[in-house]
Each structure stands twice: as structure tokens, then as C-alpha cells.
Design a protein. Sequence first.
Lengths: 392, 392
Amino acid sequence: MQFAKRIEGLKPSDIQEMFKLAADPKVISFASGVPDSTYFPIKEMERLAGTILSENAEKALQYGATEGYIPLREKIAARMKKDDIDTSVDNIMVTTGSQQGLELSAKIFLNEGDAVVCEKPSYAGAISAFKSYLPEFVEINTDEHGMIMEELEKALEMKDNIKMIYVIPDFQNPTGKSWSLERRKELIKLANCYDVPVIVDDAYGEVRFNKEKTPSLRSFDTERKVIHLGSFSKTLCPGLRVGWVEADIDVLQKYIIIKQSSDMHTNILAQMKVDKYLELYDFDAHIAEINSVYKARRDTMIEAIKEHFPSNCTYTYPEGGMFIWVEMPGNVDAREVLMESIKENVAFIPGEPFYPNGGVKNAFRLNFSNANESKIKEGIERLAKVLKQFTD
Amino acid sequence: MQFAKRIEGLKPSDIQEMFKLAADPKVISFASGVPDSTYFPIKEMERLAGTILSENAEKALQYGATEGYIPLREKIAARMKKDDIDTSVDNIMVTTGSQQGLELSAKIFLNEGDAVVCEKPSYAGAISAFKSYLPEFVEINTDEHGMIMEELEKALEMKDNIKMIYVIPDFQNPTGKSWSLERRKELIKLANCYDVPVIVDDAYGEVRFNKEKTPSLRSFDTERKVIHLGSFSKTLCPGLRVGWVEADIDVLQKYIIIKQSSDMHTNILAQMKVDKYLELYDFDAHIAEINSVYKARRDTMIEAIKEHFPSNCTYTYPEGGMFIWVEMPGNVDAREVLMESIKENVAFIPGEPFYPNGGVKNAFRLNFSNANESKIKEGIERLAKVLKQFTD
């Protein structure tokens, strides 16, 4: 059988393969970027489930509008407004997880051969979604303040096929890095100047360990270049597959048309559940609770790394999110390290899938949200021993 | 802002627009292809909802495998086996509604400019999904036995860019027509001979009013050319967005990779609900119940059409599904008829979006599943009066 050209380069993502490995209870997994299910609001979800069906079953189980369930869209808009974002229900479309927002963005903006700018490294799931539209990837280096603007400007100046900039400004997947206010402002300036849409992936923005929030790119997006992708997967639960796109109304219209032929609409019952949860419970208090758990785990992991990792490995210090990024000396291949560490029952994700153009083998991603503190200590110690064999 | 080329030709589908019209309670709507929500198994779903969360909440709300929830995949395979289809759990991937199966099929098989064969007319939602990959459409006429094989063979002979054949062999949307056994066998022969995959859209196959089932295309698909798309939307409920793809394992692997970057996986809780429903209740009895309701509505609609429609309008007689297809004299434009009939508070779908290459204006689709018998009588009478103004 003959497949389309776009299929040739695609391989199953390491991340999904890691889910399978991580399923062995002996393995301490720092691999998948999964929230800890013991902190899902299960009791609350149980209470909701019956209520929605007894009040509203015919609507919950019937076909619905592609844009999504209006009360949920209203609540999402209200939450964004609290962050100084000037938006309304008409700017919000519910997506089947924010992964769908990435897929739709690529489909809407990228012809074959067009270029997409992303951080180097960037989220593997976004790279896969974009890759299936056969674009060129322009990777821009980052430092501790975010994307390096001189590199971005040079790329925008030199290349006339850049159709989309993709960024994860808060607690990035995979590095855990965040952008400074200044870099955010500079990005908006460049996007305005070169008229390029900016896809902002905000999957981790609310998983924040310090009190202060750096304003979102959308909050000073005066010329409406930002398309903001939000998610309930990290703060509420991922299984329901509920995220959203916030965009200018004319742009959102394209998302609606494309989503319509992709899956008609997102599961209504799931939308109603999220809506009801937001109505009845204190979502911010819930977020604060999980954030305090994840913060403690980050601290534990950082301490253990400091104590045990070889000194020629560097690592990031995330102020939120779920990930620490480790770089080893240039000649070390993270896949080989993984093969050894699996024997010691520790798993992580080698960094390669986070580089769309490949070529970087000496980095890996550690997740700290999904193992408790004693497992984190134990796992990092074991991993450190393996690392020493490779980096000595 | 600049959009990809594929976006230019896409307009919001009439069908979704019709949902909005049909929402006015004064309107008798034969427009949307929606099951009657009063027959959803609501009591059963309420009972399930609590059980699943109290037994299995952490799994239900966490990320899951792209392939889908194994027990549900097993039950789907078992149901297909009862229809003499040689399959297994490894051949099944759960989709976010069978609409997603259509989108993924186009993405997997169609390069820009490749051709897709479909029935003339064909399902508008499939046409939109395919169109977004910029193919050429080869429309093949049908008669009362299905697609006309001489035309199909000629197309396959003449054109070397046909990469996919899309058919709805049972109770087609929009015509309500079904294929004879002989035509099905001939199609498989041609698909084998020309090595072209056949996407079988089986959304309506179980909504059957007579006892005998014509064997599915998959049941004599010896060389594995068929990709079978199934759905729970018409038989259980559409709001949960649960459908499936059944395919050869190597082909299914492509669907899994592409779905992974599209939405990671389908809502797990929804999959568990369908699974639990199949485990605890008699799904076939439920299907028999809704089929008897829809059969009576079909009878009522056919009777009313016979009695009131102008004699120069022809119509199909569906043995299942949800639709009757009406053709008016060649000079009548169904959109103009709709504009008038809306004034009389009756809605239907003009036929044009069901022809990917356009050009046919004198046909329309009537849905009989979503209005009760007295409304059907009343609506058809009103519509007949409008039709007489146009066809006299």
C-alpha cells in the first residue's frame, strides 16, 4: 500500500513508547510528562458525573457545536481576563486537548516547505504534529531569559518562508526554562514587524512554584498575532482531553472549520464536567495544592542531582512545570545512557526527539511530577551511578 | 495573516449551520443527521458514570495509550467477528468519533493532487476532511445496487493518481442507498487488482430496518485493502465521540502515529463508558429498539412524500440509516427552496455540499430520525406546498 509523503518521516514518539516501559512497577520513571494521578480531584469528579447526566443528559450525549460548550468557553474567557488578557467567549474554541491545538495550527498555517520557528529544543509532540505538514524547522537557541532575539530577528530577516513561530514561554517542555518579560515584549515586536503568527503553548503556565507570574504574551499582544493554546491536562486531568485555542475571531473561524472536519467537536460530557468543576469548586486552591507537591519534588530532585550527578553534567532549575533538562559532555549519547539505566530500573527521555533537525544526543529530560520524593531520591542516585560510567 | 493554501477553499459546512437553524423550536428540522436523544440509554449511562470513577478513576482521568482502552478494543473486535470479519484487538484503534477516522485516512493516503474516489453524491463531512489535503475528487455515479463498477474500473484504468476509494455501502449519507452483495465483491476485486485502499464508512450499518444484513466489505477482503471505520454515534450516542478504525496491523500503525500527534488519545472515561455499557447491557436489544422507532419514522415520511410531493420529484427508499434523498427537476435550486421552506418553518439540507466538484443543485437530503411521526407528517406537508411552487 502506498502512503502519503508526510508519513515517511514519522516514527512513533519515544514518549509514548516510554509510557509502556514506565508501566513496569519496578521502574522509577522520570520519562513521561504526566501529572500525578493521586492528586486528581476524583471525589469532585464523581459528584459531578451523576449531576450532569441527571440534569442535562440529552444535551451531554448529543452532537454539539464545534466551538464548544458555551458556559465552559465563558469560564475560560473569564480566567484569561483575570490575567489581563482582553478576550471574550467568541475568541475561545474548545479543543480535544491542547495537542489538537498544535495539530490545527500547523494545518492552518503551514504549506509544504514553509518554515516554522521553534525554541531549540522544543516539545516533541508539537514537532511531530508540525512535521506531518512537511515544513522546514528553524530552531532558535535559548538562554536563561528565553529565545535569543538576535537569532530570531536574523532568521525573520533572511527567510521569507517563516509562517509561524511556536513558543512555550513558561516552564518549557523539555527544558523547564521560562522567558523574561523583556524577551516576551521583544517577540511581540518582531511578530508585529514581520506579521507572523505566534503560537503560544501555555500547557504549564499555571504549574508555577513562585508567587509572581510573568505576564502572558497575549497580555501585550496589541496587533493580535498571538494564538494562545491552553490546557486543563496538567492542572485538572489529562484523560478528559479538554484544552482550548484563544485567537482573533477571524483566525478562530479557521480553527473552527478545520476542527469541524477533524472530530466535529470535543466530547460534550467532558466539557460539561470541566465547566461544572470550575463552577462548584475552587480550582485555584486545587492548583495551589498540586503546585506545592510538585515544588517539593522539584526541590528533592534538584538536591539529589546536586549531590550525586557528575560535575560535568549541567541541569536547569525550573520555577514551575514538570521538567529538568540535563546536558552531558558532548560525546555522551543519552540513548546509550538510557539503555544502561533501564537495567537499573530508572527511565527518562533522551533529548533527541526535542530537536526537529536532529543532531543533539547528549541531553535528556527528567520529569519530577510523577514520582514521590523517596522514589526521586532513589532514582536519581541510581541514575547518577550510570551517568558516572559515561562521563568519567 | 497568511494561511495555508488548503484553508482557502474551505467554508463552514452547511450542516453545522443547520444545527443553529434547527435549534429554533418552531422549525421542524429534517436537516441535521442526528439521532433522537430521547432514545439515548441515559439511565444506564448514569449508573455507569459513578461506577467507573469509583473503581478506576486514576486510570480514567490520566493520559492513556493512543490505540485506545484495551477492553473496549477487544469488545469491538468481538462484535466485528460476529459479522464474519477476521480481526483482533491489534487491528483496532479507537478514534475521537469516526469523523477522526476520515481525517486520518486522508492525511495518511493523500498527497496534494492525488485523487480520491467517492460515490456521487457522498458524505459532506468526509469531503471537507479530504478537501483539506487538496486532492482531486473522482465522483462515481451510483444506481440502486451501489457504485457503477464500469465507471470505477474506467477511472482506475485511466488515472494513475487514485490513492484511496471512499464508500458508505450501507444506508449511505446522503442518499440512504445500500450496495448489493455483487457490487461489494466487484469493488474488492478492483481494489485488489489496482492495489488501492478502500475506506469503508460504516456509520449507519447497524441502523438497519430489515432482518438481513448484506455482508460487510471487510468480510471478503482477502488482500487487506479495506480500512473499516466504525462508530457508536448513531447507535449509542454521539456526544462521547467514540469510533474506531479497523485495519491491517501495519496500516493501523500509521493511523496510531498520526492520531498521536492529532490528539494523543481519545477521552479515556468515554472509552470506559462505552466499554462498560457493552459489558453490562444488551446493546443489540437497544439497537433493535431505536431501529424500530426509526423504521416507523421512515415509513411515515415515505407515506407523506408519496401523498404530497409533486410527481416530478423522485426519492430514495432507504432500508436503514437516517436519510431520504430527493431529486427535483433539473432547473430547481434546492437552496432557493430552502429559503422559502424556512419561512414555513421546515428545514432540510440542500444537496450541493455532497458533491465535491459541485454542479448539482436540484437535490436535497431529508433526515427522518430526529422528528416524531406527527412532526414528520406536518413538515412534509408544508415542504410539499413549497416544492409545488418550484416544480409546477
